[in-house]
Design a protein around this ligand. Structure first.
Ligand SMILES: *Cc1c(COP(=O)(O)O)cnc(C)c1O
Length: 423
């Protein structure tokens, strides 16, 4: 374990030797009234804008102006096959081994529904879908409404796994135990890869194995995992996954989401799915006669690509890939460990960190659960030039993002928290 020091100059030394230091300049930080940039800790909610986002968007606006409809084939990045450019950049984000395992499309919750249509196929004996307590509301609504669409009562079909009494996060062995005992009735396991509230990174490989032993499908919502932790979905045999691109992937508010379908489910034309023209083979698409399924995850596409949003997504993914997933993870582990160290030094701090202590079981985010006044503390942080995020009733989430946050940011954050409680 590295020995950390508590001084600003020590934090600056860490920045000076940070191999990813130069990436900070490639993002735009929001500024306070006097023009100084905020210290931004909200990349878990909305990642910052890459400097080059505007140019990337501008290329497509220009081509649209110049070519009109011909831009589909004559543009600099022809729109007809626009989604195909993403496979190479998305594969490292989730650990796909084949380009056809990933696709950029739609919004996250839309993709979750499309995948559940195929991967949640309840029968009278096997009808449950397993989620975690504190799942993101949209995910809860999605699975409950899927159950209802199959004529099931969500109170019976949706199983919510809870941490043990007095604990904040779920133990993998408890998930395994549940699947061992009740797995016969489970159709699908669908957890968040990294829980948005606690910051816990689930052991996706062990959970997938346990689901498969029980005869169930395993899929994950990677909203807080994609771009944040190292994922190996192919090797882990995960059946399906989806994620959004505007959190750790910095692609802009509501930008296009992603989906993963394991090679094991490639080319299954009989698999139930919702179909649209973009899921068909591009060679025969304009014959418009019958549905000829496209290979792999792209076969789940419905509509043609939203090029303007995807132009920014592409640029943002390029920056992320240039930094490199291993480098990002290495820095992330150290940056968050530094934050944890500094916060643990604050005497009588009226909060507890509910995120797992084990770096393998978390991403960059730490969730601070306050005994009281969390909202007030968050407001004070904002007045002091920090952007963090408050989740009712008592949690402040802090995400030092390795692409653009510095060790000095972390030091300043901890210093402000410290002074807030010394007053
Ligand atoms: C951010 C987030 C969402 C948001 O869903 P959208 O469809 O992108 O609006 C859904 N689920 C989880 C777990 C999230 O963290």
């Amino acid at each position: 374990m590295v020995e950390f020091a508590n001084t600003r100059s020590y934090a600056e030394t860490l920045d000076d030797t940070d191999p990813l230091q130069s990436f900070r300049k490639r993002f735009i930080f929001p500024t306070q009234k006097d023009g100084t940039p905020y210290r931004y800790f909200c990349g878990n909610s909305l990642g910052l804008q890459p400097q080059k986002a505007k140019d990337a968007l501008w290329v497509e606006l220009e081509d649209w102006a110049k070519y009109g409809v011909e831009g589909h084939f004559d543009g600099r990045n022809p729109w007809y096959g626009y989604h195909e450019r993403f496979a190479e950049l998305l594969m490292p984000v989730v650990g796909a081994k084949h380009p056809h395992e990933v696709v950029a499309m739609n919004g996250l919750t839309v993709n979750l529904h499309l995948l559940l249509v195929s991967f949640y196929r309840p029968t009278p004996e096997r009808y449950k879908i397993v989620i975690e307590e504190n799942a993101f509301p949209s995910d809860r609504y999605a699975v409950a409404s899927q159950a209802r669409c199959h004529g099931l009562d969500p109170d019976k079909a949706v199983v919510i796994l809870k941490p043990r009494e007095g604990e904040h996060t779920l133990r993998t062995e408890d998930i395994e135990k549940y699947l061992e005992e009740e797995g016969d009735s489970v159709a699908t396991v669908m957890l968040g890869g990294v829980n948005y509230y606690t910051g816990q990174f689930y052991d996706l490989e062990r959970i997938t194995q346990a689901a498969h032993r029980a005869g169930a499908m395993a899929g994950f919502d990677l909203a807080h995992a994609a771009g944040n932790v190292l994922l190996e979905l192919h090797d882990w045999q995960v059946d399906f996954a989806c994620w959004c691109s505007y959190k750790y992937l910095n692609s802009g508010p509501g930008s296009v989401a992603g989906a993963f379908v394991h090679d094991n489910h490639r080319n299954k034309p009989d698999m139930p799915r919702f179909e649209g023209w973009w899921g068909t083979d591009p060679q025969s698409r304009f014959k418009m006669e019958h549905f000829e399924l496209q290979d792999g995850a792209p076969g789940w596409q419905l509509s043609n690509a939203p090029v303007l949003a995807m132009a920014v997504h592409y640029e943002a993914l390029k920056v992320w890939n240039e930094a490199g997933r291993e480098n990002l993870r290495d820095k992330s582990i150290k940056l968050t460990a530094y934050l944890e160290h500094l916060l643990s030094q604050i005497e009588n701090a009226p909060f507890e960190i509910i995120t797992p202590k084990d770096p393998e079981r978390r991403g960059c985010q730490l969730s601070l659960k306050f005994k009281e006044n969390a909202k007030h503390v968050n407001e004070r942080m904002s007045a002091e030039g920090l952007i963090t995020d408050f989740r009712s009733p008592d949690v402040i989430r802090v995400a030092p993002v390795p692409l653009y946050n510095s060790y000095e940011d972390v030091w300043v954050f901890a210093d402000i928290v410290k002074r807030a409680f010394e007053d």
